[in-house]
Design a protein around this ligand. Sequence first.
Ligand code: SF4
Length: 371
Amino acid sequence: LGMPSVPTKLAERRKSRQIQVGTVAVGGDAPVSVQSMTTTRTSDIGATLQQIAELTASGCQIVRVACPTQDDADALATIARKSQIPVIADIHFQPKYVFAAIDAGCAAVRVNPGNIKQFDDKVKEIARAANDAGTPIRIGVNAGSLDARLLKKYGKATPEALVESALWEASLFEEHGFRDIKISVKHNDPVVMVNAYRLLAAQCDYPLHLGVTEAGPAFQGTIKSAVAFGALLAEGIGDTIRVSLSAPPVEEIKVGNSILESLNLKPRRLEIVSCPSCGRAQVDVYKLAEEVTAGLDGMEVPLRVAVMGCVVNGPGEAREADLGVASGNGKGQIFVKGEVIKTVPESKIVETLIEEAMKIAEQMEKDGVMS
Ligand code: SF4
């Protein structure tokens, strides 16, 4: 009796419409993209472009900038032109900034249905301007700014309320033939958020931007986002993600990319396979793993490095990796592609691993094995 065959992917992607956010396709069969938002004053063009450059270097694919004032709106054209990645203008209250963002050449505009009741009479003009410029719109529903009518109807920001708000807003644009839309329905509770996206996914074919809003400081926000995105992406739901952390935006990108890499939705880059250590450990595994991680930071190739505390699982895991160490008796057996290439004293483990990693990376780069 053989085992049934198990698919290598978690689920087929939901079939969403594809939209184009500048150079990045979102939805359809496009890879799930990672985005973040700047924390600078958008009107401070230099600081904003500097942060966008840092985000780009860390693997951010789309960036959003807040646009609460006329000075911010005035800065959009330069930022959109000089940014290496597509820029989305985030607009909550003022329809005039939506037009400004479209004119400025922003790759998309985010509007918030709960805050834009005054947009009602402007939707036709916005739809026309966005359509003429080929600028998609994200309808971004947030639990914290849900429309008062829906709050009254549902009592609080339930999944149904979030979805009704989003679909109502989409329908306002659809009435004018505009469907170049992506949607988010964010909530700070991952369970509500997951159910909201499930409901939304079943009721429309728009691409979905996943986010747990106000997720919290780095540790809590990382867990909430990883769990919620993992649940949805495992069902094929989600086309672009934003991890919200009360931490520098580059951290959001690291977490977002790690989530996608963990789910095999993005090629893995450096991966450290290290054991949790236990009473058998013959080396300080935490310190070793930290030093190796720091030493290999920024490596672009998909290298798997095993750092194991003893010889129980050590050699096995180390053999499965591109490179590894199994420690014991004050020494480290260094493995490359399953072969022990040398045994070094404990004090030399880190530098030997880094040295060997560089050699493998160089070879991978020559062979064109890039992530
Ligand atoms: Fe413990 Fe060894 Fe396993 Fe590490 S590899 S957890 S030290 S048994």
